[in-house]
Design a binder for this molecule. Structure first.
Ligand SMILES: Cc1cc2nc3c(=O)[nH]c(=O)nc-3n(C[C@H](O)[C@H](O)[C@H](O)COP(=O)(O)OP(=O)(O)OC[C@H]3O[C@@H](n4cnc5c(N)ncnc54)[C@H](O)[C@@H]3O)c2cc1C
Length: 397
């Protein structure tokens, strides 16, 4: 088996892995990235054209520095690549006034530095004509929200990393990382790679790593859907914002959420519902899916966006890895200080992938970072004295 040597191995070159590769290469490191699919590839969690970016973060103000750093880095990546990646259309969130999370949404909109607009009734109906706005609805507009061209962003980071010397090895699966003297050895099914540092950014393939870090990673496939517009011009104007809506007030579960984008192609609108398929162990082979998963999304379209034809003309399936606390793991693996885990971003990681990559680079090189990510400490599910010397990187060996 071939043995390679490099400064840093990046295991999993998807959303975060591409960003960390760009960051490390721009800091002068020799980077080797490995992925079980091609690089870039069609099956990673960034697939399906776009991902929402928002600054009003109902998940908590502790994300604010991370989101700010991410926004700055997306702009840097746009400059180096000459490509438009972050489209600032604004983002409107629509909650019923009885929604138990409304207070958190309003608190998030009042975070320092944000300049949000709260509208109801006729004013909201005039501003958001593509949505059904009921008298009990509250709308919060985040002017810095919008969407990222996710596949373009990953590709831009890969191109820049490669220009700076990074090497990418696709279509091989990483199986393990072990301490190797004062370095580490990563074993794939095609080679061994020796490096002084390792980043683990395996996305929904991180089940084995999470297990060793004491937590279960749920891999939950989701369906992305594109619906045709009756009058496409209403969904492709410059001022159409991305939207997020919660419909739990009608006795429906907390899962009743959906969001969507301005039309990217001029005639269809991408809408994603929080409709998860049954948990799978791995996305190595795309799962089969049942059309029944479209039913709730079609029902929401009929009820809330009547300008769309409620039958999709395009679907895609992809999955993120979810942790029980819906945050992520970002930091050194206890006992393996040169190995940084950056996994488990639980359905909302793309918008911050640029910052997650930069922070992973800070941590693996300097052991510290200026952005507070202590809430993502990868040791938090393990006992305080746990120390690892090796990690399995895949389950079905
Ligand atoms: C349907 C859907 C909609 C979403 N919408 C949004 C949104 O609007 N806004 C937002 O911010 N976030 C959103 N997210 C979440 C976001 O897309 C993810 O959090 C993010 O893309 C995860 O990045 P990652 O680098 O962890 O995983 P990935 O991008 O999947 O990268 C992981 C890589 O590791 C590789 N890999 C895994 N195991 C191995 C192995 N053993 N050996 C080699 N390679 C391996 C994989 O092939 C993959 O390329 C959404 C997610 C989904 C699924």
């Amino acid at each position: 088996m071939t043995a390679l040597e490099t400064d840093v191995v990046v295991v999993g070159v998807g959303s975060v892995g591409s960003m960390v590769s760009w960051q490390l290469a721009s800091r002068g490191l020799r980077v080797t990235g490995v992925d079980r699919f091609s690089i870039p590839g069609p099956f990673s969690a960034y697939a399906g054209e776009s991902r929402i970016f928002r600054k009003v973060y109902v998940e908590g103000g502790h994300y604010t520095p991370l989101l700010q750093r991410a926004q700055d880095l997306w702009r840097d990546l746009e400059k180096v690549s000459g490509t438009r990646l972050l489209n600032t259309t604004g983002a409107v969130t629509i909650y019923d006034e009885h929604n138990p999370r409304l207070a958190s949404l309003i608190a998030a909109a009042q975070e320092p530095g944000l300049d949000c607009e709260l509208l109801r009734g006729e004013e909201a109906r005039t501003k958001y004509p593509e949505h059904v706005i009921r008298d009990t609805d509250v709308t919060v507009f985040d002017p810095e929200g919008g969407y990222l061209n996710s596949e373009r962003a990953v590709t831009a980071a890969l191109v820049e990393a490669a220009r700076l010397g990074a090497k990418f090895l696709g279509n091989r699966k990483a199986h393990s990382v072990e301490t190797y003297g004062d370095r580490y050895i990563v074993r794939t099914d095609q080679e061994e790679i020796i490096a002084s540092r390792v980043i683990i950014s395996q996305g929904n393939g991180a089940g084995a790593v999470c297990k060793e870090l004491g937590v279960h990673l749920s891999v939950l496939p989701q369906i992305l859907t594109w619906f045709p517009a009756v009058d496409p011009s209403g969904f492709s104007r410059q001022d159409v914002p991305v939207f997020l809506r919660r419909a739990e007030e009608d006795g429906r579960s907390d899962q009743a959420r959906f969001y969507g984008f301005p039309s990217a192609d001029g005639w269809t609108v991408k809408v994603v519902g929080s409709v998860y398929m049954d948990e799978v162990e791995s996305m190595e082979k795309p799962p089969t899916w049942d059309p029944k998963y479209l039913d709730p999304i079609r029902a929401w379209i009929r009820e809330f966006i009547p300008g769309l034809i409620p039958d999709p003309v395009r679907v895609a399936v992809c999955a993120d890895g979810h942790l029980p606390d819906e945050t992520g793991l970002l930091g050194a693996v206890p006992g393996m200080e040169g190995v940084v885990a950056a996994v488990g971003f639980s359905g909302h990681g793309f918008k911050m992938a640029s910052a997650l990559g930069a922070i992973a680079a800070d941590l693996v090189l300097d052991g510290t970072t200026a952005t507070d990510v202590s809430f993502m400490n990868p040791s938090r599910f393990l006992g305080p004295d746990s120390r690892l010397t090796s990690l399995a990187l895949s389950t079905n060996d």
